[in-house]
Design a protein around this ligand. Structure first.
Ligand code: HEC
Length: 237
């Protein structure tokens, strides 16, 4: 009721684009930051993960979570709230994904094991969204032409945000876009955070376009700072 009144007040004051309910924006932003922090920890440890000379890497769920919490704090300027159901779902998902990944990443004698940030992120996104059972969904996506894993394809709303907002000339780099909308008739708050390729991404996503990268996929031919993907969060109302 409070939300309806809020929206109605805004409409009456004549502001056409209804701003999101502040609570949802914060939930989505925090989820996105924590998810991104976990993924960055995997990225930081990629050389270690790919080291065939070492067996046990010590990269357990608890280790990844501790490092992700630190990164989150740097970015969000506050501590992770493990009692918050949305953040807890992500932490629990990271723990499960890393526990499941132990035999893969600790295999001695094998270099590249296919365990890379986007693979980790896809698994964490699935598990966290499952735990949130219809309350929220988190996903890693990318501009259509860059998508390697079909599961990460942007849906119509995400595609529109990427093509018409993030790619618009002059759009403020790194700024998230959000909107209150509906999905299959259900009210939903949607939030999408753009991300750009860093130097460390270009060994796989950079040039020359079409060349095969270490994962066996084809390089996109992207440049430093190009829009490479987005974290998308949906909160159902
Ligand atoms: C070791 C090679 C490698 C590196 C380094 C790498 N990626 Fe990827 N990336 C991949 C692969 C392979 C996939 C597809 C993963 C899958 O099958 O789920 C992928 C998927 C993605 C996706 C999801 C969309 C899709 O294509 O399915 C995004 C977004 C992404 N990468 C961004 C980045 C960014 C940003 C960085 C740097 C911080 C980075 N990647 C570093 C190989 C890499």
């Amino acid at each position: 009721m409070k939300k309806i009144l809020y929206a109605a007040t805004i409409c009456m004051t004549g502001i056409l684009s209804v701003p999101a309910y502040a609570g949802d924006e914060e939930i989505a932003k925090d989820m996105s930051a924590l998810f991104g922090a976990g993924r960055a920890v995997i990225s930081d440890n990629q050389d270690k993960i790919n080291d065939g000379n070492v067996g046990d890497k010590g990269l357990t769920g608890d280790v990844v979570i501790a490092a992700a919490k630190e990164k989150y704090k740097e970015k969000a300027g506050k501590d992770v709230d493990a009692n918050d159901q949305y953040q807890k779902a992500i932490l629990d998902a990271i723990k499960e994904v890393m526990t499941d990944a132990q035999p893969v990443i600790n295999e001695k004698g094998k270099g590249f094991k296919g365990f890379l940030p986007a693979v980790f992120a896809g698994q964490v996104a699935n598990k966290a969204s499952e735990k949130l059972a219809g309350k929220a969904v988190i996903k890693l996506t990318a501009p259509k032409e860059l998508v390697r894993n079909r599961k990460n394809r942007p849906d119509d709303w995400e595609n529109k945000a990427i093509e018409e907002t993030f790619k618009k000339a002059g759009y403020e780099k790194g700024k998230a876009f959000s909107e209150t909308t509906t999905i299959d008739g259900k009210n939903a708050f949607r939030y999408i955070q753009p991300e750009y390729y860093k130097q460390s991404c270009l060994s796989c996503h950079g040039g020359p376009k079409g060349e095969v990268d270490i994962s066996g996929g084809k390089k996109e031919g992207a440049n430093l700072d190009d829009l490479g993907g987005a974290i998308s969060v949906t909160i159902f109302k």
